[in-house]
Design a protein around this ligand. Structure first.
Ligand SMILES: Nc1nc2[nH]c(S[C@@H](C(=O)O)c3ccccc3)nc2c(=O)[nH]1
Length: 280
């Protein structure tokens, strides 16, 4: 059955697994956001991922420099906004903004973004208001602690139940702010404050999240939960990432956030062929 979600002026049917391509505009991949060849590079990457079957492009400029917020904020804006504008002007695809800053969310919305993707689940100052004042869908991701400290000693009663409890709190906060539940997508946040075992517990029990009645987005691509098993580097994790993508789809994920779009689209086609026969 169809499950059509509006992403701004575009629609996607979440009864089919959608592949979200990762477009990194961080300093290591670009010298700085604004200048010409970075935009061209980003457009070329986006074009390739769209040709390969991505229906969402996730633009993230997470700041790598700890330090004064205004430097971080302006730096993030300078990196992501020109890229979002360039992509929304050229392509029909949904563009999501991967940020935890309210001002970056607002600027991205004004530049045509169709999805807000917040690894901090709208907990930062002003974020819930920005999302409440637009009609876009929002992905709420679970993270324990802060990126700099989250892997020190992750602690859970039961990671899956704790993540569900977190989602219930965030959904309630969103509804109180006037964000309708139908706009919310949930993401367990693989690798964000979880040990290797806790990541695989979460993947194994991911179907339990479905009891919340909302679509699941999963980001496992090239993460250390794969690398630590295979003891290999980021550019050798394709097979592990494809296995993880299919498992996440099997366990209920409807959006997969990946680096390797073409390969993941093919792997999901095999998954969909099996799924099509589940009742025969
Ligand atoms: N919704 C959603 N958004 C996300 N943004 C990211 S950034 C992460 C990465 O490995 O890509 C990362 C972490 C640390 C440094 C670089 C990149 N991961 C997710 C995810 O799992 N879900």
């Amino acid at each position: 059955t169809a499950n059509i979600i509006k992403f701004g002026n575009k629609k996607l049917d979440l009864c089919e697994v959608q592949v979200m391509g990762i477009l990194n505009v961080t300093p290591d991949s670009f010298s700085d956001g604004g200048n010409f060849n970075n935009i061209e590079h980003a457009i070329t990457q986006a074009q390739t991922m769209i040709n390969d079957g991505a229906t969402i492009i996730d633009v993230g400029g997470e700041s790598t420099r700890p330090g004064a917020a205004d430097v971080e904020l302006q730096e993030e804006l300078d990196r992501v906004i020109p890229v979002i504008e360039a992509i929304t002007q050229r392509f029909e695809t949904v563009v999501s903004i991967d940020t935890s800053k309210a001002q970056v969310m607002q600027a991205a919305i004004d530049s045509g973004a169709g999805l807000i993707n917040d690894v901090r689940a709208l907990q930062n100052e002003g974020c819930i208001d920005v999302v409440a004042s637009c009609d876009l869908p929002v992905c709420l991701m679970h993270m324990q602690g802060m990126p700099r400290t989250m892997q020190t000693a992750p602690k859970y009663e039961n990671v899956t139940l704790d993540v569900i409890k977190f989602f219930k709190q965030r959904i309630q906060a969103c509804e109180h702010a006037g964000i309708d539940k139908s706009r919310i997508i949930l993401d367990p946040g693989y690798g964000f404050g979880k040990t290797l075992e806790q990541n695989y517990q979460l993947l194994a029990h991911q179907p339990k999240l479905l009891q919340l009645g909302l679509p699941i987005l999963a980001g496992l691509s090239r993460k250390s939960m794969i690398g630590n098993l295979l003891n290999n580097s980021v550019d050798e994790r394709l097979a592990g990432s494809l296995s993880a993508a299919v498992l996440a789809a099997q366990n209920g994920a409807k959006i997969l956030r990946v680096h390797d779009v073409k390969e993941t689209v093919d792997a999901i086609k095999v998954f969909n062929a099996m799924l099509a026969q589940i009742n025969n």
